[in-house]
Design a protein around this ligand. Structure first.
Ligand code: FAD
Length: 436
């Protein structure tokens, strides 16, 4: 396994179709709409805005040459996808007609209606969309960055590491495999256990399960946040003989010795430290709002962009909107949520520019297709407050083959060909009650 790389280095080394240069055209420093981030949220927002109004000038500020379909990384770690199926050149992910500015935003100056780029230049806007995702805090765990991608330490949360998960799964025939989950919120809260299920299913099918001790170490206190989905998931935990350890947070990794250290909260609230040897360690790191967001005037208390959870409009700056992982709305941080948020944001942002009331409301929809075994998925779809919101009239707690096909074929297709193209399938916004 090669050394862990930064996104920039990975850009250079990517074994994918060579990305073209960012959109050329006259260099401007002022746009009707500026979008920070060209990931799932920024890309979908750009597409939904263009779909509604082709006259406005739109810029997307995004440093990466590559756009990732992160929901596919679980499938890479499970040997179902290769990593090339989860990445495309940024050029092709952004809609035609928007200007891609290949740079990073360093700060916000909402009083002046400007963002400040890393090189110090400023871009002015009439409306701003903030969608830079969240930050994975690998360095919050002592010794982790030095050993990621080596010594049996892996994570599906990084494009370059997900293939290493699959390599470890295939070569392991005995020992202890530990899967970790940090404190909430994280993106795709089901992904830590999806890694466990697909690994364990491989070992089960190959007659190895009796030789492999599996632990799921979760900093929280429940297997899944929506109670209806816990019983079917527990059946799989039992099938795979996995031990559940709640209140257990990974704090250090010694890759050479293959020892992980956990802080374990007892029932009395007291913490103790526990060292655990491992042969395979799948790590999901703590996650937070990016520093340049958390330290900006746009941040709310926990650091996320402070928006109204229904309209996605900023609570203090009416010409600022946010969607995706960086925003404060208390939905499950998923690409599925973005699919529903983008049309709401586009409707409301354009209404704001036209001086009309905001009429579209986001209901908190998010989805987590739980890959409980190769070939079956529990399709968890829910909104604010854990309200079940199944897209199909079937019991959503039942593991299904049809849901597996949706996860492996349907959803990636919808993502690339519909969501990033402004084709809003099953994403009609609810109404705020305000007339347009
Ligand atoms: P991202 O897609 O991460 O995009 C953020 C973009 O902002 C990036 O392109 C980044 O380069 C850019 N950026 C960062 N900093 C700056 C800056 N300073 N200036 C400008 N641009 C910047 N979701 C599901 O719906 N279903 C799933 O099954 C699922 N599984 C997942 C499994 C894994 C392992 C992971 C990691 C995620 C999974 N997700 C899933 C979650 C989903 O991928 C995210 O919720 C989604 O990508 C969020 O979109 P976003 O635009 O907010 O962030």
């Amino acid at each position: 396994m090669e050394e862990p790389d930064t996104d920039h280095q990975a850009d250079e080394a990517a074994a994918v179709a060579k990305p073209k240069a960012p959109h050329s055209g006259p260099t401007r420093s002022s746009f009707d709409i500026v979008i920070v981030g060209g990931g799932a949220g920024g890309g979908a927002a750009a597409a939904s805005l263009r779909h509604r109004d082709k006259q406005r000038s739109i810029a997307v500020i995004e440093p990466s040459l590559r756009h990732f379909y992160q929901p596919g990384w679980t499938l890479v770690g499970g040997g179902i996808f290769n990593s090339g199926q989860t990445v495309r050149p940024m050029e092709t992910a952004l809609p035609r007609g928007v200007q891609w500015i290949r740079n990073s935003v360093a700060a916000f100056d909402p009083g002046q209606n400007e963002v400040i780029l890393e090189d110090g230049s400023r871009i002015a806007y009439r409306a701003l969309v903030v969608a830079p995702g969240l930050t994975l805090r690998w360095d919050a765990i002592d010794g982790l960055t030095e050993t990621l991608g080596r010594n049996g330490v892996t994570s599906n949360y990084r494009f370059d590491l997900a293939p290493y998960t699959w390599q470890l799964v295939q070569t392991m025939n005995q020992g202890r495999a530990i899967f970790t989950q940090p404190a909430m919120p994280i993106k795709c809260a089901g992904a830590p256990q999806k890694a466990l299920y697909l690994s364990a299913d491989y070992w089960r099918r190959n007659g190895l399960l009796d030789n492999i001790e599996i632990e799921f170490r979760n900093a929280g206190g429940v297997l899944f946040g929506v109670p209806e989905f816990v019983p079917p998931l527990m059946k799989y935990i039992e099938r795979y003989h996995a031990q559940l350890k709640f209140g257990s947070s990974l704090i250090a990794v010694d890759g050479e010795r293959k020892v992980a250290t956990f802080e374990v909260k007892g029932a009395d609230g007291a913490s103790t430290r526990e060292e655990r040897g491992f042969d395979m360690l799948h790590v999901v790191p703590p996650q937070s709002a990016p520093d340049f967001v958390a330290n900006s005037p746009l941040a709310g208390e926990a650091g996320w962009v402070a928006v109204d959870q229904r309209t996605l409009q900023h609570l203090r700056f009416p010409n600022v909107f946010s969607l995706g992982d960086a925003c404060s709305a208390p939905n499950a941080k998923t690409a599925a949520a973005v699919r529903k948020q983008a049309p709401v944001l586009a409707e409301n942002l354009l209404a704001m520019l036209r001086g009309r009331p905001l009429s579209a409301a986001y209901d908190g929809y998010g989805a987590c297709p739980l890959t409980v075994e190769r070939g079956k998925v529990v399709m968890a779809e829910f909104g604010y407050g854990g309200k079940l919101m199944p897209s199909f009239p079937l019991d959503p707690t039942v593991p299904r083959r049809s849901a597996w096909h949706l996860k492996v074929s349907g959803l990636p297709w919808i993502y690339w060909n519909m969501m990033l193209r402004g084709q809003e399938v099953l994403a009609r916004p609810a109404s705020t009650g305000n007339k347009r």
